[in-house]
Design a protein around this ligand. Structure first.
Ligand code: SF4
Length: 336
């Protein structure tokens, strides 16, 4: 199938300080040269620690941030200033991490769901709006819907609020859902329910789903493909089974060995030695030269400080940016 959204060489810098007579301009290099594609009925997990740039990517895809450079296309049309924001947002919706902050406490659930029906689907008739709101609540399994319609956000649990937030995103009848850590602020006991809801909606409505997470183990359960980001750069990607069972990039290996459930993580990763989690994600104001992972990498070589490794294809759609697998003729690293 053709991708619904495709981005190439996406880059985002945030200006921190203008250049002046005394000092140079300062920028945060939040995202560098990122490529990805989202397909109908498929989920892509974007995985990384906080500060890796994954939320910035989602916000560029949602057109909350304007990319500094790179191209974004929606169904083959280049997304630019001429592409109406309203038309784009009708098709591409964002679900936020924090269900407690994403709903307005002064409005009831009817208002939260009726507003997007009015804006995006031009529903005006009172009965039509009521039926639309009830149908949305049923689609996210909040039933009986009539019991929820008059409630206010503070009367709902975290999981119920996130279901309302998902219903609000669905009101626009989007083709793409961008879910930014949709369960990380929820109680562990209900996370799986919300993930299963998103999976069901993806299948039933053939949604293209971007699932942002710091938990690489959940990516395997949830997404057909996985893309790993480190310090604003994508470092490895491919089918989730391949990336998680046979991670090649030392950072992906580190993420897996540091997964919250080491028993499960060690079981799924054959032949990956545990890597000491030394160091922290670097400053993106003055990021490390070359491969940004080199200060933390147990395999770093001199070339890693000098150049960013090119992308090496490993087969089956699996790829990585690491000199261990190619790009430096002086290195004879492990074969893919
Ligand atoms: Fe480590 Fe070098 Fe590979 Fe970067 S390119 S992950 S520093 S071996």
């Amino acid at each position: 199938p053709q991708p619904i959204i495709e981005v190439e060489h996406l880059r985002k810098e945030f200006p921190l300080r203008q250049a002046s007579f005394w000092s140079k301009a300062m920028t945060v290099k939040a995202v560098e040269d990122t490529n990805l594609a989202l397909y109908p009925g498929r989920a892509l997990a974007l995985v990384g620690e906080s500060g890796s740039g994954k939320t910035t990517v989602a916000r560029m895809l949602a057109r909350v941030y304007q990319p500094t450079s790179g191209t974004m296309s929606y169904q083959g049309r280049i997304v630019n200033r001429q592409f109406s924001l309203k038309e784009y947002r009708r098709n591409v919706q964002l679900v936020f991490q924090d269900p407690f902050a994403s709903l307005n406490p002064v409005h009831n659930i009817r208002y939260h769901l009726a507003r997007p029906l009015q804006i995006y689907r031009h529903a005006t008739n009172r009965d039509e709006l009521e039926a639309g709101v009830i149908s949305l609540l049923q689609r996210v399994s909040l039933s009986p819907a009539e019991q929820f319609i008059e409630k206010y956000p503070h009367q709902l649990s975290g999981g119920q609020r996130q279901r309302v937030a998902i219903a609000r995103a669905l009101a626009a009848q989007p083709r793409v859902l961008l879910a930014d850590e949709p369960v990380s602020m929820l109680d562990v006991s209900i996370r799986l329910d919300i993930l299963n809801l998103l999976l069901r909606l993806k299948d039933e409505e053939q949604l293209a789903l971007l699932f942002i997470t710091h938990d690489i183990a959940s990516a395997r359960y949830f997404a057909e493909s996985t893309l790993v980001m480190y310090a604003g750069q994508t470092v490895e990607g491919g089918p989730s089974d391949e990336v998680i069972q046979q991670p090649k990039h030392p950072y992906t290996q580190l993420l897996i060995s540091a997964a919250p459930n080491p028993g499960r993580a060690n079981k799924i990763v054959k032949g990956v030695s545990k890597i000491p989690a030394r160091g922290e994600i670097p400053s993106l104001i003055k990021p490390p030269t070359g491969c940004r992972f080199h200060p933390r990498c147990p395999h770093a070589m001199p070339i890693c400080k000098q150049a960013f490794p090119p992308r090496t294809e490993l087969g089956n759609g699996h790829w990585t940016n690491c000199f261990l697998y190619g790009g430096d003729p002086a290195v004879s690293g492990p074969t893919p």
